[in-house]
Design a protein around this ligand. Structure first.
Ligand code: NAP
Length: 242
């Protein structure tokens, strides 16, 4: 059995990634924050793709719960390990910094940056021991360019890009790769309420992307032949920013 953990897998990009990894033969540990009905639908789609999964409901920023869940799984699966970790859970709480609350600033950063540590750190020893691992972190065009109204989100996504590059160098010798994806506008709940018609005009491709177009990049990075690609950020943005 091969196992992949996808955080924020109940909806949007995480769901598409979970299904794509299931098509590659992975059993999926489906993390989410609280939307159990949506997570169950992801599990149904994973099973339809031919493998199986488990629902892991916890806030990735909650270190105790994240660690306890991962430890309990490892104890119950002595001869197996989680070889793929997709740190995808994320939220946005936009607003100009002059009016932003401290809570909105820190919550966005905590989910991305503490979440990355809480989930990834306990998986690293087994990945290194087995000399195979794939870690993929969901960044954003905001983390490369910085976007007004998103100081919190840009800080989180810029931070995860830097952490990706640092960790990649720590674990490369053990055949563990660490990469980030930087999507532009992708059609999920997260972009609900944005003015798609006017934003589309700013995108050279003239459209928002589909979650499956991001999931395909994950499939590539996870594949054995991508073993020499590490410490990279792949933009998936229809030419919006390069
Ligand atoms: P989405 O449709 O809003 O889905 C967010 C997912 O994250 C849900 O599964 C949600 O679980 C989960 N989640 C939220 N907070 C969590 C927490 N504290 N702990 C665990 N899970 C949590 O978002 P999306 O568009 O798929 O975005 C996925 C990732 O891509 C995010 O990191 C986002 O920043 C990034 N991204 C998205 C876009 C875009 O245009 N959509 C562009 C660039 C980057 P529940 O269902 O339980 O709430």
């Amino acid at each position: 059995m091969k196992y992949a953990l996808v955080t924020g897998a109940s909806r949007g990009l995480g769901r598409a990634i979970a299904v794509r990894l299931a098509q590659m033969g992975y059993n999926i540990l489906i993390n989410y924050a609280g939307n159990t009905a949506a997570a169950e639908e992801t599990l149904r789609l994973v099973r339809e793709a031919g493998t199986d999964g488990e629902l892991w409901c916890f806030d990735v920023a909650d270190r105790e719960k994240a660690t306890a869940t991962i430890q309990a799984w490892q104890e119950a699966h002595e001869d197996e390990y989680i070889e793929v970790c997709v740190n995808n859970a994320g939220i946005r709480r936009d607003g100009v910094m002059a009016l932003m609350t401290f809570e909105d600033y820190t919550r966005v950063i905590d989910i991305t940056l503490q979440g990355f540590f809480n989930v990834t750190q306990p998986l690293l020893p087994a990945m290194q021991f087995h000399k195979f691992g794939r870690i993929i972190n969901m960044a954003s065009v905001s983390g490369i360019k910085g976007l007004p109204g998103q100081t919190n989100y840009s800080a989180a996504k810029g931070g995860i890009i830097a952490a990706t590059k640092a960790l990649a160098q720590e674990v490369a010798k053990k055949n563990v790769t660490v990469n980030a994806l930087a999507p532009g506008f992708i059609k999920t709940d997260m972009v609900e309420g944005l003015d798609e018609a006017s934003l589309k005009k700013t995108i050279p491709a003239g459209r928002f992307g589909q979650p499956e177009e991001v999931a395909e990049a994950v499939a590539f990075l996870v594949s054995p032949m991508a073993g020499y690609v590490t410490g990279n950020v792949i933009s998936i943005n229809g030419g919006l920013y390069t």
